[in-house]
Structures are given as C-alpha cells and as structure tokens.
Design a protein around this ligand. Structure first.
Ligand SMILES: [Zn+2]
Length: 180
C-alpha cells in the first residue's frame, strides 16, 4: 500500500522525495490499515463469550456511540453517532461489546445504510433478542468537502427489528430515549 500512496502523491503532482513527504506513504498505509481493521476481525473473537444469562427483559440502550467510517464511494470519512437498543430474551451482551460491534463494521468501506443494517442484524444474531433498534446519525465529508458542499447536512438511518418494528410503543420509547 505504501507504493500506491507514493503513486498517488506523484499523480497529484507532488514530489514524494521532498522532506515532508518522505515517510507519508508509510504513515498513510498504517492509517489505512487501522481504519479498515474491521475486515480482519470476526464476531466470535470479538464477543468472546461476553454473553450472560439474565432475567432482565427491559430494553437495553447504548446511545451516543462515536462512529468513524469511510464511505465506499469516495473513501472519505463519515463521522457520527450510533444508538443501539435491544430487548433481551434471556441473554445480555457485555456492555463494551456493542461499541466494538459498531467499530468492527465501521472500520471498513461502507455506506451508512448498510452499516446500520449490519449492526442491527449482528446484534440480533448474537443476542437472540426479541427486538433490535439501531439509529445512525452521521456527517459525510464527501458531501461537506466536495460536491454539494452542504457543510452541515447530516444523514440519519435506522433499522428496527422484531418488537421495535412491530410495536409502535416500543419503537417510540426508544426514539424518545435517544433524543438529546
Ligand atoms: Zn462518499
């Protein structure tokens, strides 16, 4: 990947040999490796048995999970927050695992809609919950820095599964709880 970043520097008319850029291909490759580490993670290792029997049948919500991803169309960042809820059916997930699941899917080339669905489906699969809800709010640098240059537009996507889809009251409770 270092060679490719060197080629990009040349393609834009830069001199990869000038002092400030000498280590840039190396650093950029390292950064890209980090930002795409989700491709090299798997759910089993990540959840690592942090699934606990529980009689809790109340909604579990984790809100304001910071989210950093790269759009698959421009390879530019989109940045925002995810809110996740589920209704346990005998099993709860260790609290730190939900942000990790968000990161595993965010650290890939993504579109926001697909990311939202992958998080929702994954949490449903892992917990066997009665319902899962995911809302993602994000600003896309590809829209802010180029193209339409709508500096403050943000996009909201959601996925409602099971009880959250079928029961308007459950869905409304979640939507009320994630409002600022
Ligand atoms: Zn884009």
């Amino acid at each position: 990947m270092e060679q490719e970043y060197r080629a990009i520097l040349q393609a834009v008319g830069e001199d990869p040999e000038r002092e400030g850029l000498l280590r840039t291909p190396h650093r950029a490759a390292k950064a890209m490796e980090f930002l795409t580490q989700g491709y090299r993670q798997n759910l089993q290792d990540l959840v690592n048995d942090a699934l606990f029997a529980s009689s809790n049948n109340e909604m579990v919500i984790v809100r304001d999970i910071e989210l950093y991803s790269l759009c698959e169309h421009h390879l530019l960042p989109f940045i925002g927050r995810a809110h996740v809820a589920y209704l346990p059916a005998g099993k709860v997930l260790g609290l730190s695992k939900i942000p990790r699941i968000v990161d595993m899917f965010a650290r890939r080339f993504q579109i926001q809609e697909k990311l939202t669905q992958q998080i929702g489906n994954c949490i449903l699969e892992v917990t066997g919950a009665l319902g899962v809800a995911v809302v993602v709010e994000a600003k896309h640098l590809c829209a802010m820095m180029r193209g339409v240059q709508k500096q403050n537009s943000s996009m909201t996507t959601s996925m409602m599964l099971g009880r959250f889809r079928d029961d308007p009251r459950t869905r409304q409770e979640f939507l009320t709880l994630i409002k600022n």
